[in-house]
Each structure stands twice: as C-alpha cells, then as structure tokens.
Design a protein around this ligand. Structure first.
Ligand SMILES: [Ca+2]
Length: 317
C-alpha cells in the first residue's frame, strides 16, 4: 500500500480521500479521476478542515502500517534520507510542449532526437517526439500486458524496461523495429548508459550495472546520503560523469557519484510544473534527458504539459 503521490507528497501537499491506494491505482486514470484533483474543484472552505483531519489520520495509519510491516527489507522501507548533500535549484532555459496524457517513465536524447517511454497497462508506449512542438513523430505501443518503464539509448540501440514483467525490449531507434527481448530478475524502473555499462534502478536504493550485450548483472551500487539509503530511485540519466535519478513520489533529482553511490547533491524541481497543471492531474517529476552534444538538460513529469530545459544552479544558503 502506498501513499498517493499526486496528493500527499506533491507540491500541493493535500490529503485526498484516496490517499492510501495500491501502486496500480496511483498510476491509473481511475485514481486521478476520483482523487482530490476532482474533489477540490467543488470543495467548500470546510472541506479543507475535514481533509486536514483526514490527512492526519492517514499519516498515522501510514506510520503504524510501516511499523507493522517492519520485517520487510530495510532498503525498500527506508524513507528517503534527510538530505545531507548540497541543494540545487534550477533556472528555466526553455519551455516546450509536452503531451499531458503521457505518463512519462523514461526520457532520452541523442543525435537531435528526443525519445520518451510511457507507462500504464494498455497505454504504454515508446515515442520519438519533436522537441519544439511536442508532436509525436513516431510511436510504438506496447502490448497491454506490459507496463512501460525507463528507456535509454545504448549506441545504436534503444532499450526499454517494463515494470513487473522482467522483460526488456531492444529497438532500432530509427524505425522502432523490435530487435530483441531480454530478461532481468528485479522490477524495472529506470535505465541509462554510461558509454560502457547499462545502469538500472528497481525502485529501491540499489542501482545495477548490466553488461550491455548479455544483460547480466556485473555490479551493484548502494545509493546513500548522510549514511542512509536513498530509496525509490526511478528514472535515470547519465550526465557528464554523474548519475541523475528522479526519486519516485517527489520532485527531487539525486545527483549520484557512480563510483561510491554517494549522493553529491539534490536538485529540487518544486514549482515545475505550475499549480494549475497540478490541478489538472500532473504528477511528480519523472523524465531526465541529457543532450551531450549541446550540453542541454531536459526534465518533465508524469502528465506534465511542459518539458523544460533547465540549468542546474546552487540553491544558496
Ligand atoms: Ca533518462
């Protein structure tokens, strides 16, 4: 059971009547239709008081539930560590349209082309998107039994993970022709390529190095900050010697040292997108792509109407 990411942990920090829902529900259209996004539009002032009391109750339930289920892996259950690494914020360099229906799970950029992977059963896809207009240039729809997750370029191959199917797909980036499938043992969340190895996340604080030819695990990295594991590592991007990782249920990106797993900085994307987009169903930040040729960093989120090019800057004291 998980807490609704759009309501509790998003920028709005409101508690909806569906705050504790299975992960599948969090990611479903049904949840967004029936969650506080819809309720709020007809709320009266007293509702906020009721919601506040309900929220406190929900948080107590979550705390008790966590204690009761404490026998599970500490890595999986550990809350995101209190940031010990320096904080960064952003400066918006450019804004581009983004499909507000795209449940973004992966983003990648190479040779002037932007690629996006989307999730949800029955709606998962792989896309090439025109950066300037947001127009879908090319789309491959996954069979309904697959929930699409992270994507990455790996030389002249385009790789896409799926969530719980332990199945990855390899495509020709030009035509999206399926070249090969591969298997892995964990859930599939994010994936990136450092020019040598594939690096994959599974929602825990662990990153896996995979041989890009055999897809066998060749190493692991425990990601930590202030001595504590940093769980819920999601979409990934290799950026000039660092691994950038979205943290699921938050608008933060962890900057990770690939050698030690230490978080060297936190990029806070709060405020992207705007409040109006949140009301219209935009979820948390997810999707990082780096244009190595032009040194451009792109970020977006689940159902965000905008894809941003940003410059990362220190947050200051
Ligand atoms: Ca990426």
């Amino acid at each position: 059971m998980l807490v609704c990411n759009s309501c509790v942990l998003g920028a709005r920090r409101l508690i909806c009547g569906y705050a504790i829902v299975p992960k599948e529900a969090v990611m479903s259209d049904e949840h967004f239709r029936t969650s506080c996004v819809g309720k709020r539009q007809t709320a009266n002032p007293l509702d906020s008081v009721v919601q506040g009391l309900f929220g406190i109750t929900v948080l107590i339930i979550v705390a008790v539930s966590t204690a009761v289920h404490g026998s599970q892996s500490t890595t999986d259950q550990a809350p995101t560590a209190v940031p010990a690494a320096p904080r960064y914020t952003y400066r918006i360099v450019n804004r581009y349209p983004h499909d507000p229906k795209a449940f973004t799970q992966g983003l990648a950029f190479q040779d002037g082309r932007l690629y996006e992977g989307t999730g949800q059963y029955g709606a998962s896809s792989l896309r090439e998107v025109d950066l300037e207009s947001g127009r879908i240039v090319k789309i491959h729809r996954l069979p309904a039994r697959f929930f699409g997750e992270g994507i990455t370029l790996c030389g002249d191959r385009l790789i896409q993970l799926t969530w719980r199917s332990q199945t990855g797909f390899i495509y020709d980036p030009k035509r999206f022709r399926l070249l090969q499938e591969f298997r892995y043992r964990t859930e599939g969340w994010g994936i990136t390529w450092d020019g040598r190895d594939l690096i994959m996340s599974d929602g825990t604080a662990r990153l896996y190095r995979l041989n890009p030819e055999t897809f066998q695990e060749i190493g692991r990295l425990e990601v930590h900050d202030g001595g504590k594991p940093v769980a819920r590592l999601n979409e990934l991007e290799y950026v000039r010697g660092e691994i950038f990782a979205n943290i699921w249920q938050s608008d933060r990106i962890a900057r990770i040292d690939p050698a030690s797993g230490r978080v060297t900085g936190w990029i806070d994307l709060a405020g992207l997108p705007d409040f109006k987009a949140r009301l219209q169903g935009a979820g948390v930040a997810n999707g990082i792509a780096y244009d190595e040729t032009n040194n451009r960093l792109f970020v977006t989120g689940k159902r965000w109407p905008t894809l941003f090019e940003i410059q990362v800057i220190p947050a200051g004291p």
